[in-house]
Design a protein around this ligand. Structure first.
Ligand SMILES: CC(C)(COP(=O)(O)OP(=O)(O)OC[C@H]1O[C@@H](n2cnc3c(N)ncnc32)[C@H](O)[C@@H]1OP(=O)(O)O)[C@@H](O)C(=O)NCCC(=O)NCCS
Length: 173
């Protein structure tokens, strides 16, 4: 997972108002709308942070948004919860991820996901959490994440999690 590679001349930046968000289209309305209307405001309120993948002409090719949250111990699978205190527990949240439809199917989504998980792992050295969780916007998105070891949270069919142990394993690959 270390050192995610993109095509030459592409770069990953923290979202700022100088980035042109108008042209981004992933084919999923909620994913597009978040980037266009909410991501920057949410970042300015310190609720989440969004990174954009830019091509050589600074066009947004993809993005992801990370945040933090808590899950209740009782919502975790028994094997994950068994050694943990019975209370609300900190988690990292992969809130959004999208790739422009012109660039889909070329491994960009996988690399952005690896980038997001690398950020989570780095952050965990300072702010600990027990898992990365995400809510899938639809069934195809769920299928995408399940390819990368995310598992369903019992009782929440569209909520997936990656336990910290697996995140660490990925980070050390
Ligand atoms: C889901 C999404 C991020 C994938 O990005 P991408 O750049 O096309 O993905 P990749 O090219 O890295 O594909 C990685 C693997 O996942 C598979 N995959 C990609 N999209 C998939 C989907 N919708 N359903 C099932 N599998 C999918 C690919 O076939 C590929 O498998 P392979 O390695 O065996 O070829 C992109 O399609 C997208 O932005 N969709 C709309 C927004 C969205 O749903 N975001 C996720 C929820 S917030």
């Amino acid at each position: 997972m270390s050192g995610v590679r993109y095509p030459a001349g592409w770069r990953v930046d923290l979202l700022t108002k100088s980035h042109n968000r108008k042209t981004f289209q992933s084919g999923q309305e909620q994913v597009d709308s978040w980037l266009k209307r909410s991501a920057l405001q949410s970042q300015m309120k310190h609720l989440s942070s969004t990174k954009v993948l830019l091509d050589e002409e600074s066009r947004i090719i993809g993005y992801y948004t990370l945040a933090s949250s808590q899950v209740d111990f009782s919502d975790l699978p028994i094997d994950v919860a068994k050694s943990l205190p019975k209370r609300q527990l900190p988690v990292a949240v992969l809130a959004w991820l999208g790739v422009d439809s012109t660039a889909q199917g070329r491994g960009i989504g996988s690399r952005l996901l690896a980038n997001a998980l690398r950020d989570c792992h780095e952050a965990s050295q300072t702010f600990a959490f027990i898992a990365v969780i995400l809510d899938c916007v639809d069934a195809p998105a769920k299928a995408f994440y399940q390819r990368f070891d995310f598992a369903e949270l019992p009782g929440y069919p569209m909520r997936l999690y990656l336990p910290f142990k697996l995140l660490e394993k990925l980070a050390n690959n």
